[in-house]
Design a protein around this ligand. Sequence first.
Ligand SMILES: CC(=O)SCCNC(=O)CCNC(=O)[C@H](O)C(C)(C)COP(=O)(O)OP(=O)(O)OC[C@H]1O[C@@H](n2cnc3c(N)ncnc32)[C@H](O)[C@@H]1OP(=O)(O)O
Ligand SMILES: CC(C)C(=O)C(=O)O
Length: 520
Amino acid sequence: MARIAQIFDTTLRDGEQAPGCSMNLQEKLEVARRLEKLGVDVMEAGFPAASPGDLEAVKTIAGIIKDCSVAGLCRSLEKDIDAGREALMNAASPRIHIFLATSPIHMEYKLKMTPEQVIERAVSAVAYAKKFCGDVEFSAEDASRSDPDFLCKVFGAVINAGATVVNVPDTVGYAMPDEFAKLIGYVKENTPNMDRARLSVHCHNDLGLGVANTLAAAAAGADQLECTVNGIGERAGNASLEEIVMGLKVRKDFYGIDTRIDTAQIYSTSRLVSQVTGVKVQPNKAVVGENAFAHEAGIHQHGVMANRATYEIMTPESVGIPKNRMVLGKHSGRHAFEDRLKDMGYTVEKETLDAVFMEFKVLADKKKVVSDRDIEALVMGAASSVPETYKLDRWVVNSGSALTATSTIRLQHKDGSFHEKVAVGDGPIDAAFKAIDQITGKDPDLESYELGAITGGEDAQGETTVKISWDGRFWNGRGISTDVVESSIKAYIAAINAMEWELSATDVAKGKREEAMKGV
Ligand SMILES: CC(=O)SCCNC(=O)CCNC(=O)[C@H](O)C(C)(C)COP(=O)(O)OP(=O)(O)OC[C@H]1O[C@@H](n2cnc3c(N)ncnc32)[C@H](O)[C@@H]1OP(=O)(O)O
Ligand SMILES: CC(C)C(=O)C(=O)O
């Protein structure tokens, strides 16, 4: 009988550590709900001690997610574990995840601790966490560059202190598959009481081997696999969830391992993560890339026409890539539209459905055929929008080779008032953004600006993604329109709204904490 490997998803923690991948609370919640639907066994929702915002996010997710464990990452420090405890107090199935480095280089230069001190600290941290949480994972950071005997000694000690999972991270993506499999086998054989804990792996992708190492470790006996959707994460990223899961599924004959993932949810989850982080999936990305199931060469097309299995080792449907279906256009009705949303993995409230359907009709008037990508952009716009402090009312932008770009922008504030400003800039987008800054009184840095077409064709919609920063924090905004200046303006306003919302939420949380402190 096949064994089951648990899938531990860390998109919301390690994934979020990737430059520019930070998500606001609303976005994290959306991703968390989708991960639950996907069927992950554990989701790591954040690092509660990192910031009040991260603590609130983990707390909110922990209060909502019921079908899988929710984990929070903590250093081996009581204050971090206390933050983890607070963040997870409402979780149906909480897991405190503690880490401490075990490699010579990390112990000497980063932690400035001796190996004996590391064992002592790891044990005391696990024992402390165990007082409030039955499920405690311990990760030996940089395990793949640690002495294997020392690693087994640390793991044996933390299992004795109550750890339920011990994790072997290839923190810097240094391991080679055969070598990593050997390490897993060694740890399994030589860790005292290993039968009392689950053995996990967490592989990074610095040499492009994150998935290969994870699969090799699974074959060698690891029974929890840590990964992220689309492989996002620190530096070159983490092992990608979709590649691990489909590797095990497609080659079940080889691995004999199952997961609980509903693979038909993979594609929509990948799209959601790409949309909320603003990080595009490369076209040739395995499993979820635009070209993953495309056949261009004649010999391949001929083979696929005779039998898809000649050149496809899995079907697009098995990962939730929809088949070509009814064309949606301006004559389509609500039933067909709702059906398509369901097929694409979206369950939306009636109110959102009404709003998106209206937008769909407006778009269908401009475009002959509304594609799945167009629909996805509409749903994401409606579902992920943070409260709108500002809404675009109207705009005019003049630009050309012989005149300075000028913009007039009118925004409506949530209190109902209208605000209009005129600005000049280096080009139409700069002029528009400057007018918006004048209205909002904020002057964030524009970190990145990306413009693309959602689909091909002359009537394609423009999709703009902007990332802004202020005081070391980042916010994304997305805008779509058949006019690229308008999509840019919408994206910038969306990012400003996310910033306004997060800053005011942090102020409220800070106020509450200060209030509570007065009573101590
Ligand atoms: C491999 C990984 O992915 S680990 C997770 C990495 N993720 C993150 O770092 C994101 C969240 N981090 C943060 O927000 C901040 O780094 C914080 C809040 C945790 C700490 O911030 P600061 O107090 O300013 O410390 P800073 O980040 O500069 O340095 C880290 C400190 O933690 C110590 N430390 C590092 N790992 C551990 C650990 N596992 N257990 C205990 N202490 C640790 C370091 O030795 C250093 O200690 P020092 O301040 O006494 O020199
Ligand atoms: C905290 C651990 C699991 C980690 O992220 C790493 O070592 O890469």
